[in-house]
Design a protein around this ligand. Sequence first.
Ligand code: WT7
Length: 649
Amino acid sequence: MCAASLYPVRPEVVARSFTDEAAYKAMYQQSVINPDGFWREQARRLDWIKPFTKVKQTSFDDHHVDIKWFADGTLNASYNCLDRHLEARGEQVAIIWEGDDPSAQRLITYRELHEEVCRFANALRGQDVHRGDVVTIYMPMIPEAVVAMLACARIGAIHSVVFGGFSPDALAGRIADCRSKVVITADEGLRGGKRVPLKANVDEALTNPDTYSVNKVIVCKRTGGDIKWHSHRDIWYEDLLKVAGSICAPKEMGAEEPLFLLYTSGSTGKPKGVVHTTGGYLLYASLTHERVFDYRPGEVYWCTADVGWVTGHSYIVYGPLANGATTLLFEGIPSYPDMTRISKIIDKHGVNILYTAPTAIRAMMAQGRAPVEGADGSSLRLLGSVGEPINPEAWHWYYENIGRERCPIVDTWWQTETGGILITPLPGATSLKPGSASRPFFGVQPALVDNLGNLIEGAGEGNLVIIDSWPGQARSLHGDHDRFVDTYFKTFKGMYFTGDGARRDEDGYYWITGRVDDVLNVSGHRMGTAEIESAMVAHPQVAEAAVVGVPHDVKGQGIYVYVTLNDGVSASEALRQELKAWIRREIGPIATPDVIQWAPGLPKTRSGKIMRRILRKISVGEYDGLGDISTLADPSVVQSLINIHRGMQ
Ligand code: WT7
């Protein structure tokens, strides 16, 4: 590998930043040598109701995985995100909402947000929602989605936000798993000028008998489009607010009481309900938001994620609001009305910090300089990237065109399970290497291990593990602590296994190489191969399916599906299109296969395990070096798959 280019920290960035190189080194040392002392001190950034006496009580021992931080302290997350800012910055804008239509916008101050959250919290109580109940939120990117999250937090209810792009079936599965009592949605969403039938999807999801726990659906009016109404069950958000009182005392919550569940895909089985708790999560989201983005009061910060993903939870809602920031909430997509949208929003609202995903950057890059033509961009001072490794070409395009060669890029590596950013540059401390997430955040101890679990010292490549806990870490999987232990703590005993591979260079910088398990990363979204396969075999004409990821110019990875049809069914282009549409309907548009290849048989071992390694190679046309195929139950399928693949080129 050729020597990577290096971008030293610019003096003006050091001057304004919280953390320079010396401070990073000193604080990092302190954070890992004395985690109790370090986090006790950092925890002062939150307002506690009852101060904690215990800090870190964690065990990664696979017979007894137990993670607790600040366990005897109490606090309320919505109080920390709202009430405590009212005195100093009640009239400051908390949320800049930019609609899908460029002419639609709203500015919401901390005082206004506080009032609406209190009203809606009272309304939820009126619907018999109380501490520990789960509320499913299936909303477009509108301020009411944030209100719904914070209102749950205010009364101690646990929110489970489901991305609005998921299908009725996917929604039903997530509702059934956590038995939520209430679903909050909107009549329709609006994305890229198209309407998303959210309420109709909820109606369909709730025809599934497993969703019996739901007794109310609260509907926010976004488009005024036609919807069906079930008067015993459905209530307008607006009607509830009108009659709800504006005073609502925040519930005193234990630091280890759940704040939210968030479903994410694994390599096997159904999506997992990752559990995040209140104290440690909020502290970690708030501290990382301030330090990684060097956030200063008054700045306009924009994270382009959807609140349906963890990035939206930690870096649109909880981190920024806990810090009293102005956070921009964008309803639309970067390509609507055209690819200049991101630049236009930056100039319109004077955005200082932009946090987006490599897939969005590559989509802009495909149009050369056009996405920034005519834009000013002078408000920007820092850029962030998240969701997948950023390829150096995209990094440079981002740096030169969006950042005008002035703005550092923080390439932040983390996961739904980590709650917040774990490996990242700090703008004032870290020289940048395009494509490297660089070094650990305070308190985070990454390591590399080989497949036998032996630690790799110095420069090298291996499986990325974290050897001790940090406050933002997930505590469990909803209703299945055993699966939590099996998934993250059994592969390499005594360590948290991330599922990613990484390389560490001679400067100690980490370069994430991607998932080492059967999880795909499509446009920065995690997709389990098992989930797509089981949706595919649910089609009446499909006998078997196997999914692999293939490189894709914009999405990072595309979805490649091998399909074996039932006896007597003949392959046709029409069927291929029907199967693609089937997956969209079963899971959602983000899971739409890029390629479907017919497979008379799949390469399996004699014990029936599909050899994905072989399928991965064939899908990219690497027919040589398939390794030993003599152990296959029927080695001849390999040649027929190669022939079919050739025929498709
Ligand atoms: C997986 C986690 C964390 C928020 C968004 C995704 C990949 C994430 C990076 C990065 C390389 C990255 C990893 C990780 N990933 N950020 N900066 N560089 N890879 O959350 O859906 O839980 O996915 O995304 O593979 O394991 P998620």
